[in-house]
Design a protein around this ligand. Structure first.
Ligand SMILES: C[S@@+](CC[C@H](N)C(=O)[O-])C[C@H]1O[C@@H](n2cnc3c(N)ncnc32)[C@H](O)[C@@H]1O
Length: 236
C-alpha cells in the first residue's frame, strides 16, 4: 500500500514536472519566436534603410510622421535635436529642398551632409550649444524636431528621468526658436510624467497629438508628440 501510494505520488510528481517542463518549453519557444519577430522587424527596417541609403532606420519614422502630419514643407527652416547619425537630417533635407535650412545638433559629431544641412556638435543641455544653434538659425524657425534619447543605464527610474529631462529641454529649445504657428515633434517615453508633459504642450500649441510610428521597435515605450500651431509667449 505504502509502495503503491509512493508510486502514485511519484507518478503525479512526474506528471507535474512534465507539465511544468512542457510549459517552460512552450514559454521559451514563444519568447524565442517573439525575439525572432523583433529581429525580423529590425532587419526589415534596417535592410530597407541601408538599401535606400538612409543613415538610420529612424528615417522611416520621420517619413511616416511627415506623411501623417505634414511636418516638413518646401523652404522650411528646421532644427533637429539629437540628429546623429543623420537619417532625419536626410529626410528633412529632401523635404525642405535647396531653399530651406536644416540644422542638426548632436553630442556625437555628424558626418557632413550635402544640401541645406548644417551640423553642430554639442550637448543640448549646455547653454553654449544653444547659443551656437541660435546663431546658426539667425531667426525663428518653422519646425523643431527632437529624437534625443539618453544613453541607457538599465535602471528604469534613471533612464526615465533622463529621457524626461531631454524632452523638457527640447520643449525649452522649441520655445526659444519656433516662429508663431510653428511645428514641433518630440520623442517621449510613456509614463506618468509624460502625460503631464503633454499637458504643458497643450498650453503652447493649438493642436497636440501623441503617436507611435510603425518603425518603432516592438516592446519600446517610445512615443512621439506632435505640436502644431505654436503660440509664443508674446502671441495674443
Ligand atoms: C535615436 S538617436 C537619433 C537618431 C536620428 N534621429 C537619426 O535619424 O539618425 C538619439 C541621439 O540623441 C543624442 N543625444 C542624447 N542626448 C543629447 C544631448 N544632451 N545633446 C545632444 N544630443 C543628445 C544621442 O547622441 C543620439 O545620437
Amino acid at each position: 500500500m505504502a509502495a503503491h501510494s509512493t508510486n502514485q505520488s511519484s507518478a503525479r510528481k512526474y506528471s507535474i514536472d512534465a507539465t511544468v517542463a512542457r510549459s517552460h518549453c512552450l514559454r521559451r519557444r514563444a519568447a524565442d519566436v517573439s525575439v525572432a519577430r523583433v529581429y525580423q522587424r529590425k532587419d526589415r527596417f534596417y535592410r530597407r534603410a541601408k538599401s535606400a541609403g538612409w543613415r538610420s532606420r529612424a528615417a522611416f519614422k520621420l517619413i511616416e510622421l511627415d506623411q501623417r502630419f505634414r511636418l516638413l514643407r518646401r523652404g522650411d527652416r528646421v532644427v533637429d535635436l539629437g540628429a546623429w547619425p543623420g537619417g532625419w537630417l536626410q529626410v528633412a533635407a529632401e523635404r525642405v529642398g535647396a531653399g530651406g535650412l536644416v540644422i542638426g545638433i548632436d553630442r556625437t559629431p555628424i558626418e557632413p551632409l550635402a544640401g541645406p544641412v548644417v551640423c553642430v556638435t554639442g550637448d543640448l543641455r549646455d547653454e553654449a550649444t544653444l547659443a551656437m544653434v541660435r546663431e546658426r538659425c539667425g531667426g525663428p524657425v518653422d519646425v523643431v524636431l527632437s529624437d534625443m534619447a539618453p544613453q541607457l543605464s538599465g535602471v528604469r527610474a534613471t533612464d526615465e528621468a533622463r529621457a524626461a529631462e531631454l524632452a523638457a529641454r527640447a520643449f525649452a529649445v522649441a520655445e526659444l526658436l519656433l516662429r508663431p504657428g510653428g511645428r514641433l515633434l518630440i520623442k517621449l517615453f510613456q509614463n506618468d510624467e509624460s502625460a503631464r508633459f503633454v499637458e504643458q504642450l497643450r498650453h503652447r500649441f493649438k493642436s497636440v497629438k501623441l503617436t507611435r510610428p510603425e518603425a518603432t521597435r516592438a516592446g519600446s515605450a517610445e512615443l512621439y508628440v506632435v505640436g502644431e500651431g505654436f503660440r509664443s509667449a508674446t502671441s495674443p
